[in-house]
Design a protein around this ligand. Structure first.
Ligand SMILES: NC(=O)c1ccc[n+]([C@@H]2O[C@H](COP(=O)([O-])OP(=O)(O)OC[C@H]3O[C@@H](n4cnc5c(N)ncnc54)[C@H](O)[C@@H]3O)[C@@H](O)[C@H]2O)c1
Length: 318
C-alpha cells in the first residue's frame, strides 16, 4: 500500500467531471488540495469551471481551508497525465459496468503504485468492477451524495479483491478531507442510504401510479413532515421518541404489529427477539447517555434551526 498517509495527501485526481466529478473537484479545492481533473468530453473543462464557480460562494460561506483556491485546479489532456503524481484518485464516470471496469483497469495501470483509487458508483459492487484491474487491492467504492461539496456523507466499501488496508486508508482520507464517512463491512447493493431512499422512492411511485397521492403531496408529506426531523436525527432515534418515555422498546411493543399492516408494498422483516434487541440496543448506543427528554429537547431545537435556516420560522409553513 501507499506510504503516503491520508493526512499527507496534497494532490488529488478526479476522473470524470460531470455532476458528481465536478462536485468532488469543488469539494477538494475548497479543502485546500491541488486537483487535477480529466474528462473526455470536448466541453468538459468549460462545464467543470462553471460548476466550480457556481459552487464557490456556498463553499466560502461554509469556510474554505487555508490556501484553498480555484487556481489550484488543473485540467489534464489525458488520463495518464491526470493521475501521474496523484496521491488519491476519485473516479466519477458514467454508471455503466463495462465502462467502469475498463476505466478502473486503465487507472490502475497509470496511477503510481499503492495509491488508492475510489469509484463514485451509485450501486455497482466493487467486486464486479475490479475484475480486469492488475492490482485490484487498491480499488474501493467511495459513494458520495449530490452535491459532494455540500452533503457530507460518503459510503466506503471494498470488493472481494480489495485490501482491507485500502478501505481503512480511504475512510481515513475522506475523514481528513472533511467528509462524514460510513465504512461498510459488506457489499450491500445500493449501500445504506440509497437502499433507504429507494424504499421511500418505490413506495412513492406505487402511490403515484395508483392515484393515491400526487407528486406534490408526496413531496409535501416529507418536507412538511418527517424530512424536517431527518436533517438532524435519523429514522431510528426519531421513532424511539414515538415511544414516549418508554423509548424504542415501547415503540416496538406499540407499533410492532403494524409492521404487518398493509402500510407498505415492501416485505417487512420478521420482528423477532434478535431484531428487537438489536434495534433497542442500537438506539441506546446512539443516544450515548442522553435521556429521552434530552433527545426531545435536541430534536425540537433542531426543527427550529432547520425552519429558521429554510426561511420558515414564522409559523413553519412554506
Ligand atoms: N448524480 C448523482 O446524484 C450521483 C450521486 C452519487 C453517485 N453518482 C455516481 O457518480 C458517477 C458519475 O455520475 P454523474 O451524475 O456525475 O454523471 P454525469 O453524466 O454528470 O458525468 C459523467 C462524466 O463522465 C464523463 N465520461 C464519459 N466517459 C468517460 C470515461 N471513459 N472516463 C472518464 N470520464 C468519462 C462524461 O463526459 C461526463 O462528464 C456515476 O457512477 C454515478 O452513479 C451519481
Amino acid at each position: 500500500m501507499t506510504t503516503t498517509t491520508p493526512e499527507e495527501v496534497r494532490r488529488v485526481a478526479c476522473i470524470g467531471a460531470g455532476v458528481i466529478g465536478g462536485g468532488w473537484v469543488a469539494h477538494f479545492l475548497a479543502r485546500g488540495y491541488d486537483v487535477t481533473a480529466w474528462d473526455p468530453a470536448p466541453d468538459a473543462e468549460v462545464k467543470l469551471r462553471r460548476l466550480v464557480d457556481a459552487a464557490w460562494p456556498a463553499l466560502i460561506e461554509l469556510g474554505l481551508a487555508d490556501g484553498a483556491s480555484r487556481d489550484r485546479l488543473t485540467v489534464a489532456a489525458t488520463l495518464e497525465e491526470a493521475v501521474a503524481d496523484a496521491q488519491f484518485v476519485q473516479e466519477s464516470a458514467p454508471e455503466k459496468l463495462e465502462l467502469k471496469r475498463d476505466l478502473l483497469a486503465d487507472l490502475d495501470a497509470a496511477t503510481p503504485a499503492g495509491v488508492v483509487i475510489a469509484s463514485s458508483t451509485s450501486g455497482y459492487p466493487m467486486t464486479d468492477m475490479q475484475t480486469t484491474a492488475a492490482t485490484p487491492g487498491r480499488l474501493v467504492v467511495g459513494h458520495p451524495f449530490n452535491p459532494p461539496y455540500l452533503i457530507p456523507l460518503v459510503e466506503v466499501v471494498g470488493g472481494e479483491r480489495t485490501d482491507a488496508e485500502a478501505v481503512a486508508w480511504a475512510s481515513r482520507f475522506y475523514d481528513v478531507a472533511g467528509k462524514s464517512v460510513i465504512t461498510m463491512r459488506s457489499e450491500v447493493p445500493g449501500f445504506i442510504a440509497n437502499r433507504l431512499q429507494e424504499a421511500l422512492w418505490r413506495e412513492a411511485l406505487h402511490m403515484v401510479a395508483n392515484g393515491e397521492a400526487t407528486v406534490q403531496e408526496i413531496d409535501d408529506s416529507i418536507t412538511e413532515g418527517p424530512g424536517l426531523r431527518w436533517a438532524f436525527m435519523g429514522p431510528m432515534l426519531t421513532f424511539a421518541l414515538a415511544g414516549g418515555e418508554g423509548g424504542m422498546a415501547h415503540m416496538l411493543d406499540h407499533f410492532g404489529p403494524s409492521l404487518k399492516s398493509p402500510w407498505t408494498r415492501l416485505e417487512a422483516p420478521e420482528l423477532d427477539k434478535k431484531l428487537y434487541d438489536a434495534v433497542v440496543a442500537g438506539c441506546d448506543e446512539e443516544a450515548n447517555g442522553r435521556t429521552i427528554a434530552d433527545l426531545v429537547a435536541e430534536r425540537d431545537q433542531g426543527v427550529i434551526d432547520v425552519l429558521r435556516a429554510t426561511g420558515r420560522l414564522n409559523g413553519g409553513k412554506k
